[in-house]
Ligand binder design. Structure first.
Ligand SMILES: [Zn+2]
Length: 491
């Protein structure tokens, strides 16, 4: 019996403008979820929206809406983006305003409190509402502002709050980091977190006075406080499985007995691999197996994408541009650019112009052209009944399997496939099956059959990354037909 897999993205705040950098995380998680399903695992794939907190309250007020109304609109927009990225249809959406989620957040609070990890004290702190994180002076820039949110004033808080006993759980976190060197992937992020841990942990505030900030989950047994965002939001990873409800079957299957993988961007490393693991340990629940962290996708020159700089590329922009030359495969064009031409773990830059180059080189001239050439030969010279067994097994490709399963390096996995593609191009050029078939039919047929099988292997390998393209190629092979027009017209 194959192990079940639990795979999740982080939940974007509902006031975030989703650019292709955010799409990267969803597409990576989706590619891994699809890969696991294809290789015979049962998968629970989670995403959703983080809907509480001051930032959302502020944005809603600015737009003259109540926060729930505002969140509802954003959630619908988020679902449309997710579907435009061709994220697996069986993905589960959790909203942190769902009643069962709020109930679970209160249940985990009680558990942590009753086990001695939550207490009340006076709170004074510098706080970035943009990050929804407390900042120490050393984390602020020369103007006393958050380097990620230089346009926001840092807030000074002074009130009575509930605190999470980070310092008390620290020895358990140290043991976790000692026992699980692959908890955070890649290594350098794991080492960053270990260094953070070794500097000592400071307890952090997990509530706000309701009178000052009402938009949150009520703290159990205290009418004056609401939970602050992280404590509430992080719980989604298990509330989505029904933890805290009467039916624990999904939680047991995927969180207790499954392998649990969380994908996130580098700005989310600390909340996912430290705070959330600490909350789980404090509640006495199993911790995550791997947190896979990607770098930032920046605009030209390594500059952050931002509305004010006018350099934002959205998923919708890309899809619109490629609909005319790739039709339904436009979502695969975006997935291709993000998965093959990203860096799996470090920061990288990508512009609309870059995507055009990647498209022409890798898809129009590369894969698309190869499909046309091979399938023309097949249609002209092969009899369909001659075709060999079309079932192929993706996991039999050991180098591909290794980079997918052990290294989570999707860029490298794609590179392997594109090496196969260029090798095939080269061998067609060199061995000229289109000439051979006219002189030695038997030899020519053998060569064409081999090409079709190699193309079949490629179609199987790209399924997690470019599901629609994969399906079209498999269909052409099955029907022994060349495409009516190129899959990817040059742009
Ligand atoms: Zn910030």
């Amino acid at each position: 019996m194959n192990k079940p897999f639990y795979i999740t993205t982080t939940l974007p705040y509902v006031n975030a403008e989703l650019h292709i950098g955010h799409a990267l995380e969803f597409v990576r998680a989706d590619a891994f979820a699809r890969y696991k399903k294809i290789t015979g695992h049962e998968v629970f794939f989670n995403t959703g929206t983080d809907e509480h907190g001051k930032k959302i309250l502020e944005t809603a007020e600015r737009e003259g809406k109540n926060p729930k109304e505002y969140a509802d609109l954003y959630f619908e927009k988020f679902k449309r983006t997710v579907s435009a990225l061709d994220i697996s249809e069986d993905v589960h959406f959790i909203r942190t305003t769902d009643a069962h989620h709020e109930h679970a957040a209160q249940a985990i609070w009680r558990l942590c409190r009753d086990r001695g990890y939550i207490y009340k004290k006076n709170y004074q702190a510098k706080y970035c509402v943009g990050c929804e994180l407390e900042k120490t002076d050393s984390e602020l820039d020369e103007n006393g502002r958050c380097p990620i949110h230089p346009n926001r004033e840092i807030e000074l808080l002074d009130e009575e709050n509930y605190f999470f006993a980070y310092s008390k759980i620290a020895p358990h976190l140290e043991k976790l980091y000692g026992d699980k060197p692959e908890l955070v992937i890649p290594d350098f992020r794991f080492n960053e977190m270990k260094a953070f841990l070794s500097r000592g942990l400071t307890d952090f505030s997990i509530s706000r006075l309701k009178s000052k900030m009402s938009w949150g989950v009520p703290v159990p047994d205290d009418d004056e406080h609401v939970m602050y965002v992280w404590f509430d939001a992080l719980t989604n990873y298990i509330s989505t499985l029904g933890w805290g409800s009467d039916d624990l079957s999904l939680y047991e299957k995927f969180w207790v007995n499954g392998e649990k993988i969380q994908f996130c961007g580098k700005d989310n490393t600390r909340p996912q691999s430290m705070m959330w693991q600490a909350i789980l340990l404090a509640a006495g629940l199993p911790t995550t197996d791997h947190i896979v962290v990607n770098g930032f996708l920046n605009a030209e020159g390594g500059v952050k994408m931002s509305k004010s700089l006018g350099n934002v590329v959205t998923p919708e922009d890309v899809l619109k541009e490629y609909e005319s030359c790739a039709g339904d495969l436009a979502s695969d064009v975006l997935r291709y650019a993000l998965l093959r031409h990203s860096n799996s773990f470090e920061d990288f830059s990508m512009t609309a112009e870059n995507i055009r180059e990647y498209y022409n080189a890798g898809l129009a001239n590369g894969l698309g052209n190869l499909v046309s050439r091979v399938m023309k030969l097949a249609e002209d010279y092969l009899v369909q009944s001659e075709q060999q067994n079309l079932l192929a097994h993706i996991e039999k490709d050991s180098s591909f399997k290794d980079v997918m399963e052990n290294r989570f390096d999707f860029k490298l996995a794609m590179e392997i496939v594109w090496i196969y593609i260029s090798n095939m191009d080269e061998s067609i050029q060199k061995e000229e099956p289109f000439k051979v078939i006219k002189q030695d039919r038997e030899k020519g047929i053998k060569m064409i059959k081999k090409l079709v099988l190699e193309l079949l292997h490629i179609a199987n390998l790209i399924e997690p990354f470019m599901p629609k393209t994969s399906a079209i190629i498999l269909d052409l092979i099955e029907q022994n037909k060349k495409p009516e027009k190129p899959l990817f017209l040059r742009i």
